[in-house]
Design a protein around this ligand. Structure first.
Ligand SMILES: Cc1cc2nc3c(=O)[nH]c(=O)nc-3n(C[C@H](O)[C@H](O)[C@H](O)COP(=O)(O)OP(=O)(O)OC[C@H]3O[C@@H](n4cnc5c(N)ncnc54)[C@H](O)[C@@H]3O)c2cc1C
Length: 261
């Protein structure tokens, strides 16, 4: 095991969309329409096509994709934004953070590391940002974590022995699951987890607004800042009003001009 203490999340952008050009051409030919756009970003093209389908405005009206999507955001035509999707794999975050993350229901899908199946004896722990600033508090926090780490390993082993004796008919995999599901009850919120998150741009925007705010918990706020940077790079037009700013508290936050589209 490397350093068991984590101070920063990692975000892996694993998936983005593509446009199937032949099918777009087929649709335009079938309907006798023309359509050109000035963006090469698939998510932005798909959103523009979705919006233009509503009014059959292909080849008409606003010229640039940025201008087109600005109008979608300003007029709160939010359902159009649900057609752009990104898949992120997030590691180095605490169970406290993911408990807050999974409260975001609309437009998200989640797959998270299971503490019933995975042995957490060698788990890593996320140091809360406040304790990263203060050596004395961090040392006290770390001592507590080390106590829990030992307690979990000992309890898991004792529980496993008990389950084997009490339920000898269970297959070994089930026995391990039963022992871990009981022993995990003493694991702290700081325990590291990994979560695969798929979200559409409407959902990501709402998440960035709520969790990138200075009112949010610091760990999830810094994650939102990181995700905001990634999504802005991915799609400068869909996230054109999302800004990362430095706050008087010394940390960055996310500001979204078009609130809750
Ligand atoms: C600073 C902060 C502090 C918080 N503190 C607490 C706390 O102390 N305790 C706590 O329990 N939670 C707390 N929360 C969580 C919060 O209440 C929300 O559960 C979380 O932010 C997800 O937001 P959401 O429901 O808007 O998101 P989503 O579930 O993604 O929903 C998006 C939007 O869809 C609509 N929607 C979704 N589901 C429904 C529905 N069933 N009915 C009607 N409309 C719906 C709403 O307009 C909603 O805003 C806190 C959140 C923040 C940002």
């Amino acid at each position: 095991m490397g350093d068991p203490y984590i101070t920063k999340p990692k975000v892996y952008l694993l998936g983005r969309q593509v446009v199937v050009d032949q099918e777009l051409e087929r649709f335009l030919a079938d309907e006798g329409l023309t359509f050109t756009t000035d963006t090469a970003v698939a998510a932005e093209i798909l959103n523009e096509i979705a919006g233009r389908t509503c009014y059959l405005s292909f080849g008409k009206g606003r010229k640039s994709n940025r201008e087109y999507l600005e109008n979608i955001l300003a007029s709160k035509h939010g359902s159009v934004l649900e057609h752009a999707v990104w898949n992120l794999l997030i590691t180095g975050v605490s169970r406290a953070l993911t408990h807050e993350l999974v409260r975001h229901r609309a437009g998200f899908g989640y797959s998270q590391l299971s503490q019933r199946y995975v042995d957490e004896s060698e788990a890593r722990y996320v140091v809360p940002p406040l304790y990263q600033q203060n050596a004395e508090l961090r040392a006290r926090w770390q001592q507590t974590i080390e106590c829990v780490r030992r307690a979990y390993a000992e309890l898991a082993e004792a529980t496993s022995a008990y389950v084997q004796e009490r339920y000898p008919e269970l297959p070994p995999r089930e026995r391990r699951k039963w022992a871990r599901q009981a022993a995990r009850s003493i694991l702290p919120n700081a325990c590291e987890t990994k979560i695969f998150v798929t979200g559409n741009s409407r959902a990501w925007r709402h998440f960035l607004e709520l969790r990138g705010s200075p009112h949010a918990d610091t760990e999830i706020r810094l994650l939102a800042v990181e995700i905001g940077r990634i999504l802005k790079r991915e799609s400068p037009n869909l996230f054109q009003d999302v800004e990362i700013i430095d706050e008087p508290d010394g940390m960055p936050s996310v500001r979204v001009t078009h609130s809750k589209v």
